[in-house]
Ligand binder design. Structure first.
Ligand SMILES: [Ca+2]
Ligand SMILES: [Ca+2]
Ligand SMILES: [Ca+2]
Length: 186
């Protein structure tokens, strides 16, 4: 299997995860829904000020993703649009990865770090992974273990960035980090 195939499988999986409601398109509603689930998981009621902050933050994230990937401007990102944008922005410019992805990692820490210590414990990660990413509990637990490289019971900003970088840019078909979003080829 070539690297190109591995990258394609990873991007296909990432697109599935962005597509929160599984209708084959990434749209604003996917972000609205993950915001609701994330808020409830954090113990905030729908419509509360805390939920409103999460909602607005995720709608901004949708706006940024759409600006980068919705090439035809129809407010829907197809898998083809996503792959084209991701390839030109990151796969063809791996040195740009940290700069482009750091904001998403910061966002993750901002919304997921309920305890406010700047890193995610297992419970915080499980809530983020099942709520925001829509992962199964088993896949969320597995991804925590592979991100927490130093096994101190927390995912730090650096560990998260390293894991995500390896997911997108790693070329080993057997690497643990390929399972960051659950098994490929779902
Ligand atoms: Ca969708
Ligand atoms: Ca589009
Ligand atoms: Ca750690």
């Amino acid at each position: 299997m070539t690297d190109v195939d591995l990258v394609a499988r990873k991007l296909a999986r990432r697109f599935q995860v962005w597509d929160y409601d599984g209708n084959g398109l990434v749209e604003r509603v996917d972000f609205v829904r993950r915001g609701r689930r994330l808020a409830v998981g954090l113990g905030y009621s729908i419509g509360s000020p805390e939920h409103q902050v999460i909602h607005e933050t995720l709608v901004q994230q949708w706006d940024a993703l759409a600006a980068a990937a919705d090439a035809d401007g129809d407010d829907k990102i197809t898998e083809s649009e996503y792959v084209t944008a991701f390839t030109s922005l990151i796969i063809d410019h791996p040195e740009a990865f940290d700069e482009l992805y750091a904001p998403l990692i910061r966002l993750t820490m901002h919304l997921a770090d309920a305890g406010g210590d700047g890193k995610l414990d297992r419970a915080e990660w499980l809530n983020w992974s099942t709520g925001y990413l829509g992962q199964s509990a088993d896949d969320a637990a597995a991804s925590f273990d592979l991100l927490d490289i130093d096994s101190d019971g927390h995912v730090s900003t650096e560990e998260a960035l390293n894991g995500v970088r390896e997911f997108y840019l790693g070329t080993d078909p057997k690497a643990d980090t390929n399972l960051l979003l659950g098994p490929l080829d779902q």
